[in-house]
Ligand binder design. Structure first.
Ligand code: PRP
Length: 217
């Protein structure tokens, strides 16, 4: 069905996931070849296709979308669960698959009665997870290299993303409990969705078809 296209701003997560996501957009008719040229430019526009892309830090994508600086964007479920942004979650893209888990040294959860120190980049997810258990915890917020914390006894466990499991293995740590599966989600600003409904739904429908035919579930 033909309709008047409006310019759509898309916040993409900078990095490998973002490049796969851009290719998805290109496959469904929203290409902007300039974006893959090696450059430090952050914004790219294809007026013909009525699309403007920008590269944001993955953990910032939801902020751009929530505040309407981008109409739509792609963010990991980890970021959405952590930040709880006021956006519409439209589609699971089946990309960037990993797990959110509690990890630590073998037996780290068995010490009873003691406050469990949990190091993490995801304090909200960790707090929500432990609020369903009676265990007393202390959250230690870190910004990266989370696996270091239990090794140097900063914490007993970590709550973190596990993708291949290589980082844990190489540091003699293991998954102790699984919290949830994580993957990339297409999200939309609520006002944009109201005013650009047909175009955002068109993108979402085409993407759903493309993903179900081409991305492994
Ligand atoms: C993430 C995560 C783990 C690692 C897991 O870190 O926090 O450290 O990847 O991947 P793996 O299971 O494939 O080993 P990231 O690379 O984002 O860097 P960071 O330490 O700065 O958070």
């Amino acid at each position: 069905m033909k309709f008047l296209k409006q310019m759509i701003s898309v916040a993409l997560p900078k990095g490998r996931l973002g490049e796969s996501v851009y290719k998805l957009f290109a496959e469904i008719g929203y290409d902007c070849p300039e974006i893959l040229e090696n450059s430090r430019k952050l914004i790219f526009e294809n007026k013909e296709n009525c699309v403007r892309y920008f590269w944001a830090k993955p953990s910032d994508v939801a902020i751009y979308v929530e505040r309407g600086a981008a109409d739509i964007g792609v963010a990991g479920l980890d970021i959405l669960l952590e930040q709880e942004p006021d956006v519409f979650e439209l589609l699971d893209l089946g990309l960037g698959k990993c797990r959110m888990a509690v990890a630590g040294k073998k037996g780290a959860l068995s010490s009873t009665g003691k406050t469990l120190r949990v190091a993490t980049k995801f304090p909200n997810i960790a707090r929500n997870y432990y609020s369903e258990q009676s265990r007393e915890i202390e959250i230690i917020k870190l910004n990266g290299s989370i696996e270091l914390a239990p090794i140097v006894r900063l914490s007993e466990v970590i709550v973190d993303i596990v993708e291949t499991g290589k980082t844990l293995k190489e540091n003699d740590l293991e998954v102790l409990e699984e919290i949830c599966d994580v993957s990339a989600r297409l999200i939309a600003n609520k006002a944009s969705f109201r005013f650009k409904t047909r175009q955002i739904e068109d993108i979402c429908d085409k993407m759903r078809h493309y993903v179900s035919a081409n991305v492994k579930g």
